[in-house]
Design a protein around this ligand. Structure first.
Ligand SMILES: [Zn+2]
Ligand SMILES: [Zn+2]
Length: 393
C-alpha cells in the first residue's frame, strides 16, 4: 500500500491564514490502522470516503472567516505530541464511505466490520467529562471536530473512532444523500428543540440547513411554514421543499435592526398573532432581531445561525415582557438526532429523501465534483453556486 495519499488540506506554512484562501490538494501520510503502534487504534476504523459534503464551516475555512484558532491550536498540540511540526490539516467531515479496516475493539464492542457503509458524527466527544456523562455529549468539554481539529475526510482514507461511526442502509438512503446526514441532522436538532406539531413556524435564512429545516418542519407536523430568504434561487427551493410562502427581508440599514414590514407581513399571515416558533438559520444580527419580532408572545426562538463577535438585541425588554423563550442549538444530540435523521430519510412519507436529492442536490448535476477534477478556481465557483456541494472519490 502506498505510503501517502491525496487529500485536501489547509497548509499553515504554504498558505498563511491572513493572506491566502482555498484548500490545497496535497500528498499526506496515508491513514493506517496499527494496534501495535497505537493502542487507541483498537477502537478505531479506517474509512474510504465515497462522497464527502462541503459544509458551511468548510466555506468558512476556505475564505478564512472561521476556525482559525481551532485549526492552528490543534496543529500546535499535535506538533507537541509527535515532537515534530504538523503543518497540514485534512479538511472535511460530511462523509459517506466504506470501512476498509477495523480495530479489534471496534469490531467486538461496536459490531463494525470491513465493508460496512457508514457516515460519522463530526464531534468526537471524550465520553468522560461532565456533559458526556449526563448525556449531553454534543456539548462535550473536550471534543475534537473532524476536519477542523482532527484530520478529516477530503482524503483517500480517514481514521475515526468507532464511537462516532453511524451505519447507513444503502438500500434505503442513496449514498449522496447519506453523505449529508450530518448537516441534515443539524436541522433535525433545531426542529426538535421544541415541539412543532400543529405550530406555525418561520424559518429565517434558507441556506442549506434552513432548506433542510423547511422539509423537516413540515414532516414533523408544522401546519404553516413561512420562509424568509432574500436570494431568489433559495426562495424557490424553499417553496419546492414545502414552504407555504417565502418572504424577502428588507435591507437592514445599520446591519442589526429588524424589518418592520416583514414583521407586519408575518402577523398578517398568522391572524395578527405572530408565529409560534422561529428558527434563525442565517446568523445575521438583523435576522436575530427579525426572529424576535416575528414570534408571538410566549413563542420560541431557536438560534442556529452562527457569526462570531457581538450582536445587538433590539428592545431586549420585549423578550422578557412577551415571555419569549430563546434556545440555541449546536451539533446533533448523540445519538437521538441520528435516529430521527435516519427515520426521516428512510421514510418515503413524506418523501424528504427524494426532495433532498432533487431540490438541494439537483440530482447530482452540478453540485457533485470528482475529487480527481478538483481545481481551486472552478471549485470556488461551484461552492458559490449550489447550497450543498459534494466531492466524489
Ligand atoms: Zn458540516
Ligand atoms: Zn466529553
Amino acid at each position: 500500500m502506498a505510503e501517502t495519499m491525496q487529500a485536501l488540506v489547509y497548509d499553515r506554512e504554504l498558505d498563511p491564514w491572513e493572506t491566502s484562501r482555498g484548500l490545497r490538494k496535497a500528498e499526506v501520510p496515508r491513514a493506517t490502522l496499527d494496534e501495535r503502534a497505537d493502542y487507541h487504534d483498537r477502537s478505531r476504523v479506517l474509512v474510504k470516503p465515497r462522497f464527502v459534503g462541503f459544509c458551511g464551516s468548510d466555506r468558512g475555512i476556505w475564505f478564512r472567516r472561521a476556525f482559525k484558532d481551532m485549526i492552528l491550536g490543534s496543529l500546535d498540540k499535535e506538533s507537541r505530541e509527535q515532537r515534530g511540526p504538523k503543518l497540514r490539516r485534512v479538511i472535511g467531515h460530511e462523509l459517506f464511505g466504506e470501512i476498509i479496516a477495523v480495530g479489534s475493539e471496534a469490531k467486538r464492542s461496536y459490531g463494525l466490520d470491513v465493508g460496512d457503509w457508514v457516515t460519522a458524527e463530526s464531534h468526537i466527544y471524550c465520553g468522560v467529562c461532565y456533559q458526556c456523562r449526563v448525556g449531553d455529549a454534543h456539548v462535550c468539554a473536550d471534543d475534537l471536530i473532524i476536519g477542523i481539529s482532527y484530520d478529516g475526510a477530503f482524503a483517500e482514507a480517514v481514521k475515526l473512532p468507532a464511537q462516532v461511526i453511524w451505519r447507513t442502509d444503502v438500500d434505503k438512503i442513496r449514498p449522496e444523500v447519506a453523505a449529508v446526514q450530518e448537516p441534515f441532522g443539524n436541522a433535525v436538532h433545531a426542529c426538535t428543540k421544541v415541539n412543532l406539531r400543529g405550530k406555525r413556524v418561520a424559518i429565517v435564512g434558507c441556506g442549506t440547513i434552513g432548506l433542510f429545516a423547511v422539509a423537516i418542519a413540515r414532516a414533523l407536523g408544522a401546519t404553516q411554514v413561512i420562509g424568509v430568504e432574500p436570494v431568489a434561487s433559495h426562495a424557490e427551493m424553499a417553496r419546492r421543499l414545502g414552504a407555504d410562502v417565502v418572504l424577502s427581508p428588507g435591507d437592514s440599514p445599520d446591519g442589526y435592526s429588524h424589518d418592520p414590514d416583514l414583521a407586519a407581513r408575518i402577523r398578517q399571515l398568522t391572524d395578527g398573532v405572530g408565529v409560534d416558533v422561529v428558527l434563525e438559520m442565517s446568523g445575521l444580527n438583523s435576522s436575530v432581531n427579525n426572529a424576535i419580532h416575528c414570534v408571538r408572545r410566549g413563542g420560541d426562538v431557536i438560534l442556529f445561525g452562527l457569526k462570531s463577535g457581538d450582536a445587538i438585541i433590539e428592545s431586549f425588554d420585549r423578550v422578557i415582557v412577551d415571555g419569549i423563550a430563546m434556545h440555541s442549538v449546536i451539533g446533533r444530540r448523540i445519538p437521538e438526532t441520528w435516529h430521527i435523521t435516519r427515520h426521516l430519510l428512510e421514510s418515503r412519507e413524506p418523501n424528504i429523501h427524494d426532495l433532498v436529492w432533487e431540490v438541494i442536490l439537483a440530482r447530482g448535476e452540478g453540485p457533485i465534483v470528482d475529487f480527481g477534477d478538483f481545481e481551486p478556481g472552478s471549485f470556488e465557483t461551484t461552492i458559490q453556486t449550489y447550497p450543498k456541494v459534494i466531492l466524489r472519490f
